[in-house]
Design a binder for this molecule. Structure first.
Ligand SMILES: [Zn+2]
Length: 113
């Protein structure tokens, strides 16, 4: 592994750890909808919407994570969802559709955990 790849990997691991700490402040490490427990796929979801607006105001998710970790951003309006459930939450809220069912059912032949 080259020096630049090592640095990239170290940064990626540090960011993943920081993101996990922020997720732990939001709630149990699990999608509130489907039960996905793989933190790689979990995202902070704004229960009542407005996440895109907040991310734009904060110039990205990293700053929101920093605010959560510093205790300056309250978390009672947030929850953890996996990326598919987060997208579906958006469609339900914006379009009023309830047409999807997401099921978290990892098995070793389908996913490497
Ligand atoms: Zn989910």
């Amino acid at each position: 592994m080259s020096r630049s790849e090592e640095i990239k990997l170290r940064r990626r691991k540090a960011y993943a750890a920081k993101k996990r700490h922020a997720h732990e402040k939001v709630g149990e490490i699990s999608c509130v909808r489907c039960g996905c427990t793989d933190d790689r796929f979990l995202q902070i979801n704004h229960k009542e919407g407005g996440g895109g607006k907040e991310l734009r105001r904060m110039n990205g998710g990293d700053r929101m994570i920093n605010e959560i970790l510093a205790g300056r951003r309250k978390v009672d309006d947030l929850e953890l969802t996996c990326a598919p459930c987060n997208a579906i939450h958006h469609f339900e809220r914006v379009y009023g559709l309830q047409a999807w069912i997401i099921k978290w059912c990892p098995t070793e032949d389908r996913i490497s955990l």
